[in-house]
Design a protein around this ligand. Structure first.
Ligand code: NAD
Length: 249
């Protein structure tokens, strides 16, 4: 009886994890109208179910990106690195910039953890490997793949919000540094503007050595600019939704 109860309990728990995850996925997806969310969910699952959660390469999500493609976006793409809270506080309030998390796939999966297991058709949300556990991690491969797709559709003047309160605002090994910057298409992108968010106690400014590295990593032909913007100024800009785009820095 105990064994049956335990097996039943474990089975029910697994189903609940899949169902709970699926319902978050679908309800977030429905927020973006005009998508076949059931089809997107099935394509998403195929990337990782029944697989070792450390053996999911970026390419596993290729069919997902095909099923839910990113629309070309000119002059509004906003990348970020080490500024997750402040960048979204800002983009939430104004319609001027779009982060990956404001697109369908970014919005649906932001903040979630998921993985599969060999021999199982379930989606797990607990005991999944973390980013640093393995290279081909289920979740990190997703973010790498969609970040590459997002960089690929960027056009015109693009922006990146970096953190001026840390010693090294640009890291070539971050996703921004290793995937997004390198994935910009010089035939479509004119310029990259770094918005270096500063606080009262500035640690870095636009002359920082790491930003020289960033300039070198930019594909040839893309212009570079940098603006030091106090966090209070961002908050002020955000509080006036009528303010014209591009007038905050
Ligand atoms: P970052 O270092 O601030 O990382 C962003 C998030 O990714 C972190 O909050 C963390 O959840 C995770 N992450 C990334 N690298 C990690 C690592 N080595 N170990 C553990 N967790 C890690 O900035 P980044 O790496 O430059 O990535 C941000 C850029 O890439 C953005 O422009 C965005 O488009 C995209 N991105 C978004 C997410 C997300 O969770 N929404 C995650 C990764 C990448």
């Amino acid at each position: 009886v105990i064994i049956v109860a335990v097996v039943l309990g474990v089975t029910l728990r697994k189903e609940t994890e899949t169902n709970q995850f699926q319902s978050v996925f679908l309800s977030r997806c429905e927020t973006f109208k005009g998508n076949n969310c059931q089809k997107i969910w099935e394509t998403f699952q195929q990337a990782y179910v029944n697989r070792d959660p450390c053996k999911v390469p970026m390419e596993a999500y290729d069919p997902l990106v095909t099923a839910a493609p990113f629309k070309p976006t000119c002059n509004r793409v906003m990348f970020w690195s080490k500024t997750k809270v402040v960048v979204h506080e800002f983009t939430e309030k104004t319609d001027c910039f779009v982060t990956l998390e404001d697109t369908l796939l970014g919005y649906v999966l932001d903040g979630l953890t998921w993985c599969g297991k060999e021999g199982s058709s379930e989606t797990f949300t607990t005991d999944c490997p973390v980013w640093t556990d393995c290279e081909n991690n289920t979740v990190s491969s997703f973010w790498k793949r969609v970040s590459a797709a997002y960089a690929d559709i960027a056009c015109g003047n693009v922006s990146a919000m970096l953190n001026g309160s840390i010693a090294v605002p640009f890291s070539p090994t971050s996703i921004f540094g290793s995937i997004e910057v390198k994935g910009l298409n010089a035939t479509r992108v004119n310029s990259l503007t770094v918005v270096l968010v500063t606080e009262e106690e500035n640690v870095t400014n636009c002359t920082d050595a790491s930003l020289k590295v960033l300039q070198k990593e930019l594909p040839a032909g893309i212009n570079y600019g940098c603006e030091e913007v106090p966090e209070s100024q961002l908050q002020e800009c955000g509080s006036d939704p009528q303010r014209p785009c591009g007038s905050c820095w």
